[in-house]
Write a protein that binds this ligand. Structure first.
Ligand code: FES
Length: 349
């Protein structure tokens, strides 16, 4: 089995980073992907390799709805990848250019992110009816993120994901004078979890009245944290006045590296003034995670056997179980059956 999940949506980049008429290259799941935005605002994704002589199409340019290759000017439609023109042909040539095609990917812009769908085989056309909906944060409609940060992780996506859901690393990795001062004030945490469609969630519970920063959302603030395959984690805070959400998604570049996207959404009208501060804190947090992963790679280079303990690492165990079941269900052509049972997890942090 491949270690990178397919038949899934992955974030390619924040929508704000792609202006109309522009194209960018991203390596995703080991594949070269050209992502662009047409003048009408629509986004597209296609294989970033010219079928003529292999040069990446990103070195070319866009003309209307088409992409033109920089080498010999072949023109390809961004909707279906079909070749529209080969400038060197004369009326004496009888090449059927309608047979020349670049594989395209389903590509959507949702809540401020550009998502690309990776089918089982990127070179085969996919029936749109077989493509699942793009992951969407409930309650936030078409709202885009107020803050959006991206960071490179020099590790396999599995390590980034289990780091993301690891409740025991915070006091050590995210120890800062402005956040928390270290492991001295450990308390026992006890949280109820349950399965959701392709993942699991922390069952929503009310934040303690003493949690003052959350009061900006109003009274009765509750928190819900959901993780779903392949790598989407949403942490939603709902108050009786406003809501806020931290969305984290991870996209594999290949088997050895990945990109994390972290975005904050809110419905608070005056929150915009805090954008610079929130961006700074988000970057700091992500950098702390990235730095520990870089150190971890030094040890992993020796291929040590690793441990997952109860209950602090139970979410990591669940991740591997649902990932395995997801791949098995596809291989056996049957529906995914979530193996997670509701459970209370306890740990000290
Ligand atoms: S390599 Fe692209 S047109 Fe020739």
């Amino acid at each position: 089995m491949t270690t990178l999940l397919r038949n899934c949506w992955y974030v390619a980049l924040p929508g704000k980073d792609l202006k109309p008429g522009k194209m960018v290259h991203r390596k995703m799941l080991g594949e070269p992907v050209l992502i662009g935005r047409r003048k009408d605002g629509q986004v597209f994704a296609m294989r970033d390799i010219c079928p003529h002589r292999g040069i990446p199409l990103r070195y070319g340019w866009m003309e209307g709805e088409d992409v033109c290759c920089c080498y010999h000017g072949w023109r390809f439609n961004t909707e279906d990848g079909g070749c529209r023109e080969i400038p060197s042909l004369t009326e004496h040539d009888n090449l059927d250019i309608s047979r020349i095609k670049i594989p395209t990917y389903a590509c959507r812009e949702v809540q401020g992110h550009i998502w690309v769908y990776f089918a089982e085989d990127s070179k085969k056309e996919v029936d749109p009816a077989d493509i699942p909906p793009v992951p969407t944060i409930p309650d936030f409609g078409k709202i885009g993120p107020g803050v959006s940060e991206t960071i490179h992780f020099a590790c396999h996506i599995d390590h980034a994901i289990i780091g993301l859901m690891d409740p025991a690393h915070g006091p050590y990795v995210h120890s800062s004078w402005w956040w928390r001062s270290g492991p001295r004030k450990f308390r026992v945490k006890e949280k109820q979890y349950e399965p959701v469609s392709q993942g699991f969630r922390l069952v929503p519970y009310d934040m303690p009245v003493s949690a003052r920063p959350y009061k900006i959302l109003g009274d009765n603030v509750s928190i819900e944290i959901v993780f779903e395959l392949p790598s989407v984690r949403t942490e939603i805070l709902r108050g009786d006045r406003y809501s806020a959400c931290l969305l984290t998604t991870i996209t594999p570049i290949d088997e050895t590296q990945c990109i994390a996207f972290q975005s904050i959404y809110w419905t608070i009208p005056w929150m915009g003034v805090f954008k610079p501060l929130l961006s700074l804190l988000t970057r700091k947090f992500l950098a702390q995670d990235r730095d520990v992963v870089i150190q971890q790679q030094e040890g992993l280079a020796y291929n040590p056997s690793l441990m997952l303990i109860d209950d602090a690492d139970t979410q990591a165990k669940w991740y591997f179980r649902i990932k395995y079941e997801y791949q098995k269900a596809i291989a056996e052509n049957r529906p995914f059956k979530n193996p997670i049972e509701p459970k209370i997890l306890r740990w000290r942090s």
